[in-house]
Structure formats: C-alpha cells, structure tokens
Design a protein around this ligand. Structure first.
Ligand code: HEM
Length: 263
C-alpha cells in the first residue's frame, strides 16, 4: 500500500512538474572552467578489468547507469569530459578530464566514482594534475603573431594528452631568452593552429611533469607533423621528458562511452 502511495505521488509530480533534470554547470560556467586561468585540470585514465565482461548485460547496464548518476551529480560544479582510449592506447580503456576550481572536489568525484559497483571493476592507470594560467609569453609577442593566435581552431573527434618535463637549464634562463624561444615555437606551430586545438596546463609541483599539453583535432596527421615541427626548434632541447605517457583517444559523450563499455 505504501509503495502504491509513493508511486502515485511520483507520477503526480511528473505530471505537474515534468521530469526533473540533474542540474549541470551552466554553459557559461563550463566556458569559464575551460577557458579561465586558475582552474585545475585532472586527466584520469582507467582500465576496465576482465571480470567486467563476465557480468551479464543487465547487471553491466545497471552498474553503468549508477556511475552515470555520479557523473551527472558532480556536473553541478565540475566540467567533466569523457573519452575512449580503448583501441587507440594501451594506457587504459577510458579517460575523464575534470576541471574544477578546487582540486579536492575533483578528488571527491573520482573517489565516489570508484566507490560505485562499476568502480569495483576499474583500475586507475594514469592521473595527471595541472593548472590553467595566464599566458606567460604571448603578451611579449609581436602584434601580428598575437592576432594570428586569436583565430579559431577546429576540434575532434580525436584528442591527445602529452605531458612534458623541462630541464633545470630552461627554468634558469632569463625571461627574454625563453620568450624568444617560445616565439620560435609558436611560429613553427602556427601552420597547424587551424586544425589542432590546444590547451596548456602547468603541473610543476602538482605532478611529476611541468606541463600537460592537451590537443583536439580531426586531422591526426597534422598533430603528427606539428610535433615533428616543434621537435626541431631550440626550446625542444630543454624537454627532459616528452610523453610517457602519451594518451591518444576519441572524444565521446557519457552515453556513447557507456554504450561501448556496456558491450
Ligand atoms: C597548434 C599548435 C601550437 C601552438 C600555436 C602553440 C603555441 C604556444 C604558445 C603561444 C605558447 C606560450 C603560452 C604562454 O604565453 O604562456 C606555448 C607554450 C607551450 N607549448 Fe605550444 N603550441 C602549439 C603546440 C604545442 C605542442 C604540439 C606542444 C608539445 C606537445 C606544445 C608544448 C608547449 C609547452 C610545453 C608550452 C609551455 C612552455 C612554457 O611555458 O615554458 N605546444 N605554445
């Protein structure tokens, strides 16, 4: 009787108010998290253990629905992007990119996700943390170059993450010498600015790297040529570690990702 009562109330609520959606960060707030300085970016790659595929289809779907609930709940204050690594990278099956103004919120989200029934089948493969900052060198570039950098870049379906560690000599150089080298870096990279969208995160002290570079493109060949072009400039001699890991993946919605993982 109590169950029937509850059901009647639920149906009545749906009729009066319609389905109540999860509150997600508004488009404007997501835009801020993705574009403003002072925002933390975490890249977390996971492998789905083999036991997962031995579960029956219904159980897998139920587990994935509950993890989707956790993602939607945290989307109230975090910007969460989802990617499929499986088939393109040996560093895991999927990756989450999480932006937040407080790294502890990202941590809480990942802890809660791992505590779901689906989380029991996951092993964490890579977690990288970085911080978006105001441009260090661009303000010192010639105006023509600054203008070229303002042109829009095209996005996915591919995404790549390449963490980088600089050597001690790089940090010891005076700002004007680093500026000159970063201008050379930018000029060499400019032919690929239209087809490769980039985002830079500073990770010194937050991780084993100094930078996390993130790219989206529809033309992987251009990403390849871009990295080759940049390996020839002086600034590249100061890369002590480049990649390891390099993560290559496709950008997916949470529903697309769930469909692949549920199979
Ligand atoms: C679309 C192509 C690219 C363009 C137009 C570009 C441009 C730039 C610019 C303008 C900066 C200076 C940002 C500032 O003022 O702080 C920069 C920094 C940097 N870029 Fe690129 N870049 C591109 C691709 C790449 C690639 C492929 C990598 C390596 C995988 C890379 C690694 C870095 C790193 C590590 C920094 C930080 C350097 C530092 O602050 O010491 N970039 N890039």
């Amino acid at each position: 009787m109590r169950l029937v009562h509850k059901l009647v109330i639920t149906v009545a609520t749906l009729i009066v108010f319609g389905p109540v959606p999860f509150a997600t960060v508004s488009a404007a707030d997501r835009d801020k998290l993705l574009n403003e300085p002072g925002v933390y970016g975490t890249f977390a790659a996971f492998r789905v253990e083999d036991e997962w595929s031995r579960l029956d289809q219904r159980t897998r779907q139920a587990h994935l629905t509950s993890v989707k609930g956790v993602v939607e709940r945290y989307r109230e204050k975090l910007a969460i992007d989802t990617y499929l690594l499986r088939g393109l990278s040996g560093h895991g099956d999927f990756m989450l990119r999480v932006h937040s103004t407080e790294l502890k919120d990202t941590q809480q989200f990942l802890v809660d996700m791992l505590a779901t029934p689906f989380g029991q089948y996951l092993s964490s493969r890579t977690i990288l943390n970085g911080l978006s900052k105001k441009a260090n060198y661009v303000p010192g570039f010639p105006d023509a170059l600054k203008t070229e950098l303002k042109a829009p870049s095209e996005s996915g379906p591919y995404a790549a993450v390449i963490p980088i560690r600089k050597d001690a000599d790089w940090w010891a150089l005076p700002q004007d010498q680093r500026l000159a080298m970063m201008q050379e870096h930018t000029e060499a990279a400019l032919p690929y600015h239209k087809t490769v969208k980039r985002k830079l995160y500073h990770s010194t002290g937050l991780d084993d790297f100094d930078f996390i570079t993130y790219f989206e493109t529809a033309k992987l060949e251009d990403l390849h040529s871009l990295v080759l072009a940049l390996s020839k400039v002086k600034e590249a001699h100061h890369n002590r570690r480049f990649g390891h890991p390099t993560l290559l993946m496709t950008i997916k919605t949470i529903d697309q990702l769930i469909e692949v993982l549920g199979k």
